[in-house]
Write a protein that binds this ligand. Structure first.
Ligand code: RB5
Length: 143
């Protein structure tokens, strides 16, 4: 299951991504926000990060206006590797090299169709392990 969440700035794109994944048979759980009313992105990152941390979710998608605030917030959580992506190449690398367990997008930056491609690239890529696994392990040793 993929946990998905956003603040108000990412709400519209989050809704599109959720629908896209559901239509493609991907289990998704929406942790809010549920409207365009203003909310604080750290509060929106929190339940998604906790769901990934405790294994309730396999991975997560977070969206705010730029994707910046919500990715900064998510990367404060132990074990979370949140990658802010606005292109398909980075989304692929985020999984292959960094084993990103959360992908972040900017709802005011990235268009809907590109966002779907980014999410698919990240979902369909596989972590390459080897030297990349050693580097990822090092991130968490420094944590
Ligand atoms: C909200 O206006 C906006 O600051 C937020 O969505 C995000 O872009 C922060 O990084």
């Amino acid at each position: 299951m993929i946990a998905i969440g956003s603040d108000h700035g990412g709400f519209e794109l989050k809704e599109h991504i959720k629908k896209y994944l559901e239509e493609n048979g991907v289990p998704v759980k929406d942790y809010g926000t549920y409207s365009e009313d203003s909310v604080d992105y750290p509060d929106c990152a929190d339940p998604v990060c906790r769901a990934v941390q405790d294994g309730t979710a396999d991975s997560g998608i977070l969206v705010c206006g730029t994707g910046i605030g919500i990715s900064i917030a998510a990367n404060k959580y132990k074990g979370i590797r949140a990658a802010l992506c606005s292109d398909v190449y980075s989304a692929t690398m985020a999984k292959q090299h960094n084993n990103a367990n959360i992908i972040c997008l900017g709802g005011r930056v990235t268009g809907r169709e590109l966002a779907f491609m980014i999410v698919d690239a990240w979902r369909n890529a596989e972590f390459l392990g080897g030297r990349h696994a050693e580097r990822v392990a090092k991130i968490h040793r420094y944590e």
